[in-house]
Design a protein around this ligand. Structure first.
Ligand code: URA
Length: 227
């Protein structure tokens, strides 16, 4: 994607007009193939952000993905669910949480009276890491402002971080989920609750009770009355 600022500079230069930049002006980056990549996502609207993510080459995952997985749901949802990264099925279909973990997430949401279409679901990474390995810190850092912009656009009443990767990245913590869950955090003014990843629940159904407690806390913070 050609960044609009680059396009503007190119027009001005083509017209013979010198373009002066402050010494510390942020330059849109150049990717491995020499193409221009977009600068920050912090002022983008939904369409721009979606286009920018779809064309993203900020990290090496762009080479192995089938497609990016932007996120899905209600753009002004009260609840925002944040997971880790697309898996194989998500990479194929371009939608987050569509595999078995997705079915478990749907079940978790149903338990508090929510449907997939009434929340917004996104991931820390928009591209699938090969063999479903954990995201690397530089990959999460490269993707971070996309997620931050999604949060700023949705303005949810509550964020539910599911699993270690989402919780640790959002809270900039190294603590395990077992220690992070069960409490309320503040993410730039938005209440955030951590719970176990639905894929973990598939392996450890005995943790459902704790997840239920976390969901009830999130429901209370979101201002939705118990059903
Ligand atoms: N699918 C996703 O989209 N995110 C996860 O964290 C796991 C599966």
């Amino acid at each position: 994607m050609i960044h609009p600022e680059h396009q503007r500079r190119a027009y001005l230069q083509a017209m013979g007009i010198d373009v002066w930049l402050p010494r510390d002006a942020a330059e849109p980056g150049v990717d491995a193939s020499g193409g221009l990549v977009s600068a920050g996502a912090d002022a983008m609207d939904w369409d721009e952000l979606q286009r920018c993510v779809a064309d993203c080459t900020r990290c090496a995952l762009s080479k192995s993905r089938t497609q990016t997985v932007f996120g899905i749901g209600k753009q002004d949802a009260s609840w925002m669910i944040i997971g880790e990264a697309p898996g194989a099925e998500e990479d194929r279909r371009g939608e987050p949480f569509v595999g078995r973990a997705g079915q478990m997430l749907d079940e978790m949401l149903r338990a508090v009276g929510l449907g997939r279409d009434s929340v917004f679901i996104a991931n820390v990474l928009k591209c699938r890491p090969p063999n479903n390995r954990d995201p690397k810190p530089d990959e999460a850092a490269a993707c971070r402002d996309y997620l931050e912009r999604q949060i700023a656009l949705v303005q949810p009443q509550v964020i539910l971080a599911v699993g270690k990767i989402a919780a640790q990245n959002l809270l900039q913590s190294a603590e395990p989920v077992g220690r992070l869950r069960g409490r309320q955090y503040d993410l730039n003014g938005i209440p955030l609750v951590v719970t176990y990843h639905p894929a973990y629940l598939l392996r450890s159904p005995s943790q459902k009770r704790k997840v239920w407690t976390d969901l009830c806390l999130a429901r209370k913070l979101s201002g939705i009355a118990p059903t």
